[in-house]
Design a protein around this ligand. Sequence first.
Ligand code: ADP
Ligand code: MG
Length: 730
Amino acid sequence: MQSIRFSALDGLALAAKPKSDKVDKKITELFSSHVFSGRVMREHLSDEAFKSLQTSIKAGTKIERKMADQIATGMKEWAMKKGVTHFTHWFQPLTGATAEKHDTFFTVKSDGTPLEIFDGDALVQQEPDASSFPSGGLRATFEARGYTAWDPSSPAFIMDMGVGRTLCIPTIFVSYNGESLDYKAPLLKAISALDKAAVEVCNYFDKNVTKVISTLGWEQEYFVIDESLSNARPDLIMCGRTVVGHAPAKGQQLEDHYFGSIPERVYAFMRDYEDEAYKLGIPLRTRHNEVAPAQFECAPVFEEVNLAVDHNLLLMDLMTKIAKRHRLRVLFHEKPFAGINGSGKHNNWSMATDTGVNLLAPGKTPKTNLMFLTFFINTIKAVHDYSDLLRASIASPGNDFRLGANEAPPAIISIFTGKYLANVLSEIENRVDHKFDEQDEAILKLDLHRHIPELLLDNTDRNRTSPFAFTGNKFEFRAVGSSANCASAMTTLDSIVAKTLVQFKNDVDALIEKGEKKEIAILQVLRKYTVESKNILFEGNNYSEEWTKEAAKRQLPNVKTTPLALDVLASKKAKAVFVEGGIFTDKELEARHEILLEDYIKKVQIEARVIGDLCTNTVLPAAIHYLNNLTQNIAGLKSIGLSEESYATQKNIAVKISEHINTIGKNVEAMIGERKVANKIEHTRDRALAYCDKVRPYFETIRYHADKLEFLVEDRSWTLPKYRELLFLR
Ligand code: ADP
Ligand code: MG
């Protein structure tokens, strides 16, 4: 029988025909056509309901029941006109994916009259059967209820699913006692903490500012491979990454993919998911090939962070579904292929005022320069003081492969500012000994506005290796994993910047109370913060050995694995930021730590099982099969009286194969043993550490020998699609 690998390869020629029945529509015609946007709201809501909803969105306040009924009716009307039959509360549980439970508008009255109903209750709150989502002990088994509650700051949208259309209502997900069980609830709290703290600081410079939002523009990297080939790989199906696979003769060294044109089949897929994304109001701008073969990237125009997070998750979901239509598979895993670049999700982040100012864009006047420097330096100070929290926010088993693998930002968090700003910072620092006076206005008179964008937008002053880089008018947090929910990183970033700004305001006010002039007080505190945070600044190559050494000298944390990176969540420091900041309660923080450890354990456990199964069922049988051929051949040659010399090559291969077989066998046994030991460990952190330090090291060893076998065994006996096929055929 032909193996699944070869049937997949045979089918490739058919699958590769891109669909060409696409009718071009202007993006502006598609854009937001499936979104209950401001314009649609105005059309379908009474003035009263519209105003009430707008107020709630702006102020984050609750919507009255009466209004909720009106809004629900308007929403239903709009949705039904578009052929919607069902609605769902769409939420982001801590499993990483998004969740939905569909209900129909349809109901039957007691007298048998069929009706379509969607009332305020159904819009505002639902109780999904939530007992199987992770809660970290927050939902005792006797109280398994969880509630989803409408987040009016992210608009409702219509999702096309095959033949059906569903009205999706973005919601938070909380337990019976109101504890958050998702990513969105804490993000909304962090956004509001930052808003409050930043407005107060803005008011030093401009009394008209009443709201500050944080903005996020993500850049999503991903791999695209043929679906049938992917289906022939149990590891890709179960883990989203390959656990074995010999390096192809050609990898990414030619960089021909990066500069090359997008393959036609992938292009058709992109066009398709982009159209669906536009309908949902996701403002995609950019698409291109990435460095690795079969790797791509897309990026939208930035948006308010809550909406940007929702849009990223929606897009990942869309891409996964639409890839199937093209018989393709999208891989969001951080490291699907060993020896080939992994995928990240750069989070471009800034803050903007309701007066239309980007707080991280250098100003045109001394006053706006000082405002820019204030937010710039406070962000640096926040990242410096809480780099461990930031590291924890991006920790995942997938990202462990990537951080520090000399192709992605290292696990050491540092900040790149660019030469010009580094000079400005050191000028500020050098005034350490004497008090700021009028002559220091010179610093503010520097033409930041002209120089920084010019210098940074020019690629020569860009540092692609930095995990946290200033890029002219925003910071780019590059260490976020490609499969991650950005909410985790953004919640932490907003929270630590909020915390730092509160501190800043206190420090400045204290000086003003002592009689210092406002601008001078601000400069004094900025100088102090600059000196205190200097350690985190690094302009050089983050991939280099020297940096690791230098960072150790500076005592910057370099935590390489998830279980250890998460330790900080149990610290006083985490409480000071998250509990005092109103982002998490003590219990929620503990629960989150527990959930993340459990997630780590489960993922490593699954990989260990897959490796064991794959070796036992697939790798070893292929090797043994070929070994039988070799030994038969040797025996045959011997039987006709040939000398040992005539079958030396066969014997040599046979010896090697049987050695690798044995080593794999032994290591798989030992790995299973360690897994059994680990499973018995009660304490979650210890169990996670056991999986990390005792189980996981076997992955590399086993893989090494399996890859040797792939190299030695005849091609037609090898049933797993090879790297060259996964990465280069499409
Ligand atoms: P690149 O970094 O690849 O050169 P850009 O600098 O144009 O690309 O932008 C990358 C991403 O940064 C885009 O998604 C863009 O929308 C986003 N971005 C630009 N300005 C801001 C901002 N003020 N806040 C957040 N994201 C931003
Ligand atoms: Mg970028």
